[in-house]
Design a protein around this ligand. Structure first.
Ligand SMILES: *Cc1c(COP(=O)(O)O)cnc(C)c1O
Length: 420
């Protein structure tokens, strides 16, 4: 019995479309969006959900996200261009990034991108100038670094925060800071605040802590400067089940305690509850993806470790090399076949760090066998490169037993197309 993914026979997918192959389940993506609608958008009025495009963006993904009622968080001119080409409404886009270029700002302003999230005065100055020149008013959220260490869940004293992202809470409440933005930048409409505590978080402590910190800021700026927060963006970062991790938590695990804090705090302090925005990426699409590879060379190192090399690796999934990310591997021709011992799945790039998975238990492998690496739907396709001039894999979307080619396999000819 072959490994079945979204009711598709994965061995058949490999035969039909070739390997390496990205497979993305539309079914899974649609289910996650439905969960967000049910447990966030429909449960709480005055809320918006955005998909963090950087996790996985194609024209088709943009269309699915739009159809499912979510907006998109974008971080570059390229992501804006793709979203607009896919038919996204610019007003449903939120433009992040710590260094937006003038060209990117102009593109966003002309297209009518809904909101800009900014974390530097120098950027706000330029944005104000460009908006003025183009006769636009730009809605703005300020990104705040709440000073929550998402790895240790320790509250780090604010004020000495060292991150390329965000304003520190102390900065935001400094006399003259907010009022300066309001007075000096006529073409900006300051709507509120944003935070994003980190990524791949399996519990809600950091989110809840950050919410508490931001609520206190909201109250303080209301009391001291009369600034009313109309929008609050709680970021993304909800984790998924990579190898060795616990199961993915429902979105409610993160949303409920934050919403509870926000609603209670606003009532107690006589604040109008702002529009609440979330922007998960990985949680929506990560478990939707698998990558199918074919086994090539197999050898035993002097240490006795067995290496089986696949026809992809670092180029289609740099995460093991970048973050020591761990992945599960499935022998898709017979997932129930008993393991024969640990084998290390190596990529084919000329980098020692190009290892797909260390010491995974698999049946004895031979050249030509097919395996799937699971949980590759986020930050794989979007991070892919043509390192070593390996063309990037094709991408297939599945929907409950049906499959369709969504992105063609790159060709050698494609590798040369920009060269003069
Ligand atoms: C990356 C990012 C997200 C999404 O992160 P996930 O971990 O994929 O949910 C959301 N907001 C901002 C600002 C980000 O940079």
């Amino acid at each position: 019995m072959h490994y079945i993914f979204d009711n598709c026979d994965t061995v058949e997918l490999a035969k039909e479309y070739g390997t390496p192959l990205y497979v993305m389940s539309e079914t899974h993506i649609v289910e996650r969006c439905a969960e967000i609608r049910r447990d966030f958008l429909e449960k709480y009025p005055n809320t918006k959900a955005l998909f963090a495009s950087k996790a996985f963006q194609t024209l088709e993904m943009c269309r699915i996200i739009q159809r499912e009622g979510l907006g998109m968080d974008v971080v570059s001119g390229g992501e804006i261009y793709t979203a607009i080409k896919a038919g996204a409404k610019a007003e449903n886009l939120m433009f992040h990034g710590n260094n937006k270029s003038q060209d990117e700002m102009d593109l966003a302003l002309k297209e009518g991108v809904g909101t800009f999230v900014s974390d530097s005065l120098s950027e706000l100055e330029l944005l104000n100038e460009r908006a003025g020149l183009l006769g636009k008013k730009a809605s703005v959220l300020l990104r705040v670094t709440p000073g929550v260490d998402s790895h240790t869940h320790q509250y780090i004293s604010t004020g000495h925060l060292d991150s390329k992202f965000g304003f520190s809470p102390n900065k935001v409440i400094e006399p003259g800071f907010l009022t300066g933005i309001l007075e000096n930048f006529d073409n900006l409409d300051l709507k509120g605040f944003h935070f994003h505590v980190g990524s791949q978080l399996m519990d809600n402590r950091s989110h809840v802590l950050a919410t508490e910190i931001i609520l206190n800021i909201i109250l303080k700026v209301k009391k001291e400067f009369g600034f009313e927060t109309k929008e609050l963006n709680l970021g993304g970062g909800y984790g998924i089940q990579y190898a060795g991790e616990p199961e993915r938590k429902p979105v409610a695990h993160f949303i409920e305690p934050m919403m509870e804090k926000i609603e209670t705090f606003c009532k107690a302090n006589d604040l109008t509850r702002p529009t609440i925005i979330i922007e998960p990426g990985r949680w929506i699409c990560g478990e939707a993806g698998i990558t199918i590879y074919e086994i090539g060379s197999i050898k035993e190192a002097a240490t006795g470790r067995v290496y089986a090399a696949v026809n992809g690796g670092f180029g289609d999934n740099p995460r093991p090399a970048l973050y020591q990310a761990k992945y599960d591997v499935i022998y898709i021709e017979d997932p129930e076949k008993p393991a024969a011992g640990p084998v290390t799945i190596a990529g084919k790039c000329c980098e020692s760090g190009d290892i797909v998975a260390w010491d995974v238990e698999l049946p004895e492998l031979k050249r030509g066998d097919l395996i799937a690496v699971t949980c590759t739907g986020a930050y794989n396709y979007s991070m892919a490169s043509t390192y070593n001039r390996n063309p990037r894999p094709a991408l297939v979307m599945t929907k409950n037993g049906e499959s369709r080619l969504s992105v063609k396999r790159e060709t050698y000819e494609d590798l040369l197309k920009l060269e003069i």
